[in-house]
Design a protein around this ligand. Structure first.
Ligand SMILES: [Zn+2]
Length: 320
C-alpha cells in the first residue's frame, strides 16, 4: 500500500511538470550552479549570488514540501551542483539519505544550522498530528528532539542564513567575494529594517495575540517578537480535518482575546477560518509563511521581503 502510494506520488509530481526542465524552476544564467530545496533558500541565494549563478528551486512551486520525492534528474542536479542550500530537519531526510550515497562532501548551507533552532511545540488547544512512524523513529533515532524547520519566518534568522550563504559563496568563488559580500550587506540591511518595522509595530499595538485557524509554520516569527499565539496544528504536517474541540477552543480564544482577526496561511483551504469567522464575526486574513509560492508568483518575481512586507500591512489591518 505504501509503495503504491509512493509510485502515485512520484507520478503526480512528475507528470504535470514534464515540460518544465525536469521539475526545476530556474533563475539566472551565471556560471555557478546552486540547487535549493525550498522557496526561502532559493530567494536568499538569488539575492546574494546575483548574476554569478544559475539557481534551481527543486521542490516544485505550489506543491507540498514535506512529501517531496526527488526524480532521477533531481538527483543528478544535486550531484553536479556547486552549492546546495537546504532546510534540514525531518522533512529533508530524503536528502540526507541521498547525500550519503554520493561521493565526497557536497558544499552546502543548511538553514536550520544557521540559527538558534527551536524544538517543535504542541501548545494548549493544538491538535497534535498522529505521527505515522512514531514508534519506528523512536527505535531508529532514540529520543532526538524534533526541530521546527520554518526558521526563515524571523527576518533576523533570514539575515543569519543570508550571511552563511554569502560566506560559503566567497569560499567557493573567491574571485567574486567582494560582489557577494556587498550584495549580502545591502540585503541584510533590508532584512533588519523589516525586523525593526515589525518590532515597532508590535510595540505600538501592545503585542497582540495571533490566532491561526490553520497549521502553524511561523513559530520563529512569534518567538522573535515575543507574541503569544494559538493555532490548530503544530508546524505544517499534512493538513488534517480539525476536530470540533479544536475549533471550539479557537472560537473561545477569539472571544477571550477579543481579537479582530484570525489568520490562515498560503495554500490553506480556509475552511476552519470561515467557521470561526462566521461564529465570532472576526475577519480572516492571509499571513504568508513564505514556505512555498505558486508558479505564477515566481514568474511575477515574488520575494521573501515582498511577502513579509505584505504581512506587515496585514498586521496593521488586523490590529490597527
Ligand atoms: Zn513546513
Amino acid at each position: 500500500m505504501k509503495r503504491l502510494f509512493t509510485v502515485l506520488l512520484i507520478l503526480s509530481l512528475t507528470l504535470p511538470l514534464s515540460g518544465c526542465k525536469g521539475g526545476c524552476y530556474e533563475s539566472g544564467s551565471g556560471e555557478l550552479s546552486i540547487v535549493t530545496t525550498v522557496f526561502p533558500a532559493f530567494d536568499f541565494a538569488r539575492e546574494i549570488a546575483g548574476e554569478q549563478a544559475s539557481i534551481c528551486l527543486l521542490i516544485p512551486p505550489g506543491s507540498e514540501s514535506h512529501s517531496f520525492e526527488p526524480t532521477a534528474q533531481d538527483i543528478l542536479r544535486i550531484q553536479n551542483c556547486d552549492l546546495l542550500i537546504c532546510n534540514g530537519g525531518e522533512s529533508e531526510v530524503w536528502l540526507e539519505d541521498m547525500l550519503e550515497g554520493l561521493d565526497g562532501d557536497k558544499p552546502r548551507v543548511v538553514m536550520l544550522d544557521c540559527v538558534q533552532a527551536l524544538e517543535e511545540e504542541v501548545k494548549e488547544g493544538m491538535q497534535a498530528q498522529a505521527h505515522e512512524h512514531e514508534e519506528e523513529e523512536a527505535e531508529d533515532h532514540g529520543h532526538e528532539p524534533e526541530y521546527d524547520e520554518h526558521v526563515w519566518t524571523s527576518p533576523r534568522n533570514a539575515a543569519l542564513i543570508s550571511r552563511a550563504i554569502s560566506e560559503r559563496l566567497c569560499s567557493i568563488d573567491p574571485e567574486n567575494a567582494e560582489y557577494y559580500t556587498s550584495r549580502c550587506d545591502s540585503y541584510c540591511d533590508s532584512l533588519l529594517a523589516l525586523d525593526e518595522d515589525f518590532r515597532s509595530l508590535f510595540q505600538e499595538l501592545g503585542n497582540p495575540t495571533m490566532i491561526f485557524a490553520d497549521r502553524f509554520p511561523v513559530r520563529y516569527f512569534v518567538e522573535e517578537y515575543g507574541l503569544d499565539y494559538y493555532a490548530a496544528f503544530p508546524g505544517c504536517a499534512e493538513q488534517a480535518e480539525p476536530s470540533a474541540r479544536t475549533v471550539a477552543f479557537l472560537i473561545d480564544k477569539v472571544r477571550e482575546e477579543n481579537t479582530p482577526a484570525v489568520f490562515y496561511i498560503e495554500f490553506s483551504n480556509q475552511k476552519m477560518a470561515d467557521v470561526i469567522c462566521e461564529d465570532t464575526g472576526c475577519k480572516k486574513l492571509l499571513f504568508h509563511s513564505c514556505h512555498n509560492v505558486t508558479r505564477q508568483q515566481l514568474d511575477e518575481g515574488v520575494s521573501y521581503l515582498g511577502l513579509m512586507r505584505k504581512n506587515l500591512e496585514t498586521l496593521k489591518e488586523a490590529f490597527g
